[in-house]
Design a protein around this ligand. Structure first.
Ligand code: GLN
Length: 537
């Protein structure tokens, strides 16, 4: 059976519990161990798939088509664990499972209660992700003290109690704020948060203290005394410029050594191999050429909505020795002011995935700008659909072409629901998860993918390029460089003669890692680098 690490958070949200969990996973892998990581979210939605980006940030999609919390993206980027549906449970799904069992009579007339039925179901879900790995890291969403987190905390308290000593540990992520007026680090919020945790029977083994200043020994001793944790297990989790430095900083604080000792992980290597993280950190710090990448979307204030995307772009930056400067451009601004004032500084233009009509004309105008001015362009999902609409309107002469997602009346629905999808319930028509595709030999896409003939990429969309217009688009010069294996769906488009004009119906950002940038982003940033060199030699 795997050993378990539970990660909870205190004081306030957004302390980077997800990154901390992912970094612990990276450190354990660096010691030769196999890990799996799970996130338990206390909210009542069954999954974040239907939640607004304003509420939730990015929806991360797994190979098996689950719509999950964005922290799962960090887990995949930092470790080799591959996320599935069972790696993210919400309270909604836990309750749904219990109520479904109750309806079919599984509880034999008993009263169904939070304890033990909900907590038992939580423990079942926690055990479910143990597939023979050495360690499972399980992150509990929310903040200690929230009412809705209580069943989860009770379940993980029991989980430790159910197992032998040395099998389960608790790590608590907390905040040690620096107060400028008194020039002091303050430990009281941490003391209170741990007090709250101990009230419900959880004694943390390790504290990860988020802070802008290193914790001196006397601060660590104070926290240790009040929180009942050895000073060596009070870890400075200092703010970093680049998230991929977190494993290195944790290692300097001795975190992986303590975890290995507490969990008696005898298989673990004595010295971790951190070369991957050292290399990334070195690349990050090297002086290099910088390229401006405009991301044209409608959630410009919500960087969390484009998490995997911005990470994939920085991975490609590491790969190309480019400092990627992201400029989030509001597509509605383009509608008001035109493309040039907002895009003239861009060495690459990216239109990400999205839903809904708002700002769509601005995105289409941005495609036109990139196509005509030969600015490297990557259109992802909705971004590719916008490119199809733009090309149909401005090159094929189909003036009122549109996606049927945005206009029922268009005479030319160049992007539309496929006939077998129409009339099906909305939730049922979404194409989700990994699907294979084939690459057209000799295309830029095939070259970028390294000469292979197939790919497998993750999808999250409902609409498709309308096959009725494929011939017209091709005759007018657009290439369909990626198709589904039966050739019935367009997966990728490109424009010969343009330095880099690629659209894909899938989301390559979900499969990019810092040590292995995704080829489409790598190629895009390489083209943008060339453009920045040409503009500012
Ligand atoms: N709204 C489009 C569709 O459903 C694109 C979705 C996306 O970009 N993820 O097909």
């Amino acid at each position: 059976m795997a050993k378990y690490i539970f990660v909870t958070g205190g004081v306030l949200s957004s302390l980077g519990k997800g990154l901390a969990s992912a970094s612990i996973g990276a450190l354990l892998e660096a010691r030769g161990l196999r890990v799996n990581i799970q996130k338990l979210d206390p909210y009542l939605n069954i999954d974040p798939g239907t939640m607004s980006p304003f509420q939730h940030g990015e929806v991360f999609v797994t190979d098996d088509g689950a719509e999950t919390d964005l922290d799962l993206g960090h887990y995949e980027r930092f470790t080799h664990a591959r996320m599935k549906k069972e790696n993210n449970y919400t309270a909604g799904r836990i309750y749904y499972n219990v109520i479904t069992k109750e309806r079919v009579g599984d509880y034999l007339g008993g009263t169904v209660q939070v304890i033990p039925h909900i907590t038992d179901e939580i423990k079942r879900c926690i055990r479910h992700v143990d597939n023979g790995e050495d360690v499972v890291i399980c992150e509990i969403g929310g903040t200690v003290g929230d009412i809705e987190s209580l069943p989860f905390l009770e379940a993980i308290r029991q989980f430790r109690f159910d197992h032998e000593p040395g099998h389960v540990i608790h790590i608590h992520v907390t905040l040690v704020p620096y107060i400028k007026t008194s020039e002091e680090l303050k430990t009281k919020p941490t003391q209170h948060s741990v007090m709250k945790l101990r009230e419900i029977g959880i004694q943390p083994d390790i504290l990860l203290c988020r802070t802008e200043m290193p914790l001196e020994e006397d601060v660590k001793r104070k926290i240790s005394l009040f929180c009942n944790v050895p000073p060596s297990a009070v870890i400075t989790a200092i703010d970093v410029d680049c998230i991929y430095e977190v494993p290195l900083r944790f290692n300097e604080e001795g975190l992986d050594r303590i975890v290995v000792d507490l969990l008696k992980l005898e298989k673990a290597l004595q010295t971790p191999d951190l070369s991957v993280w050292e290399e990334i950190s070195r690349k990050e710090k090297e002086p290099k050429i910088s390229s401006n990448i405009a991301i044209v979307g409608k959630y410009v204030d919500l960087k969390e909505s484009y998490k995997s995307l911005s990470e994939a772009l920085s991975h490609a930056g590491f790969g190309n020795d480019v400092q990627v400067n992201l400029q989030y451009v509001d597509s509605e601004e383009i509608e008001k002011r035109g493309s040039a004032p907002l895009l003239s500084q861009a060495h690459g233009i990216l239109i990400p995935g999205g839903f809904g009509e708002r700002g769509i004309e601005g995105k289409i105008a941005a495609v036109q700008y990139a196509r005509e001015r030969l600015v490297p362009f990557l259109g992802i999902c909705l971004g590719m659909q916008c490119a199809i609409v733009e090309y149909s309107r401005n090159i094929c002469g189909l003036e009122a072409a549109n996606s049927s997602e945005f206009s029922n009346e268009t005479p030319h629905p160049v992007v539309a629901l496929m006939p077998d999808q129409e009339g099906v319930d909305m939730g049922g028509t979404m194409r989700l998860g990994a699907y294979p595709g084939i690459l057209r030999p000799g295309s830029l896409a095939a070259e970028i993918y390294g000469g292979v003939s197939q790919f497998e990429e993750r999808h999250r969309h409902r609409y498709e390029v309308n096959n009725a217009y494929r011939e017209d688009l091709e005759e007018n010069g657009l290439h369909f460089s990626g198709l589904s294996p039966d050739e019935s769906l367009v997966e990728m488009i490109e424009l010969p003669g343009h330095p880099y004009f690629i659209g894909c119906q899938f989301h390559p950002e979900f499969k990019s890692a810092p040590y292995a940038p995704h080829p489409l982003f790598h190629g895009f940033i390489a083209a943008a680098k060339k453009a920045s060199g040409e503009l500012f030699p």
